[in-house]
Ligand binder design. Structure first.
Ligand SMILES: C[S@@+](CC[C@H](N)C(=O)[O-])C[C@H]1O[C@@H](n2cnc3c(N)ncnc32)[C@H](O)[C@@H]1O
Length: 252
């Protein structure tokens, strides 16, 4: 077996990567949770294929919080011009580079970067497609992250997140005669004991929006045609039950 593939097979991965010899990496995710990835890929492709399906070779992609680069590798495998992945964790950047080398993908590159520093990183350029999957509910500034995604996007942006319950109605805003409509809300989750974990927040205070809130914020920061992508039949249960959603928006 190729030495690189042997290295890859010596451990478990977050994702099941398909390798050039037909083998797959072993995932440490429980079997019942693994469709979380294939469901999201199907949703992403349903939104992107109609716009880019006939010209992948002219398309640049930015995968924000790429983890081990599975989504980046799927897009790179479509023949995209360039796929850049970034993640706050150095080990994910190294793993992404390793797996893409093992997969023979030469159109990928990975950068260690915190989402808060995204727009100031000289190694990361705007792209036609921006993916921000599984990130914002690990952040204490999800609105800033969505603004950064908008800045780095020239075409379509996909944002996928765990969502919390929605809140609407009117709120007294300084005085009961001056009321404002509530546009949405965030649910706060504590990951302060898990900041060492591969998939977790780096700071520990996590704000998960409601689905309606996500759509509202995406519109407010400048995306148009914003909407939720329908989960496929047999989707991962969280997507099927709208506990996680994927929204798409376009840059006008
Ligand atoms: C749940 S995983 C999602 C990975 C991948 N995007 C996916 O959807 O499968 C969350 C990822 O966000 C990264 N992350 C967490 N906080 C971050 C931050 N402040 N800036 C950049 N990446 C961050 C983690 O290292 C991890 O790779």
């Amino acid at each position: 077996m190729d030495e690189l593939l042997e290295t890859v097979h010596q451990r478990q991965w977050f994702y099941e990567f398909e390798l050039p010899d037909g083998s797959r990496t072993e995932s440490y995710l429980p079997a019942e949770a693994r469709t979380v990835h294939t469901t999201r890929l199907a949703m992403a492709m349903a939104a992107l294929e109609p716009h880019y399906g006939d010209r992948w070779d002219q398309v640049d992609v930015l995968d924000l919080a790429c983890h081990q680069g599975w989504f980046a590798a799927q897009l790179a495998g479509k023949g995209c011009r360039r796929v850049t992945g970034m993640d706050a964790r150095e080990e994910h950047v190294a793993d992404s580079e390793l797996i893409c080398r093992a997969m023979g993908l030469s159109n990928t590159g990975f950068v260690r970067c915190d989402i808060d520093a995204l727009t100031k990183n000289p190694d990361i350029q705007p792209a036609d497609i921006v993916l921000m999957l599984g990130l914002i509910y690990h952040l204490e500034n999800p609105v800033g992250a969505i603004r950064a995604a908008r800045k780095m996007c020239t075409g379509h942006c996909l944002i996928e997140t765990q969502v919390g319950p929605h809140l609407s109605g009117m709120l007294d805003w300084g005085h009961f005669d001056f009321v404002r409509p509530i546009q949405g809300c965030f649910t706060i989750i504590d990951e302060t004991e898990e900041t060492h974990a591969n998939e977790a927040s780096t700071t520990g205070i996590c704000l998960a929006p409601s689905a309606e809130t996500l759509v509202w914020i995406m519109r407010k920061v400048g995306f148009v045609d914003v909407g939720l992508i329908a989960p496929p039949e047999n989707a991962y249960e969280q997507h099927r039950h709208f506990k996680r959603v994927m929204a798409v928006g376009r840059v006008p």
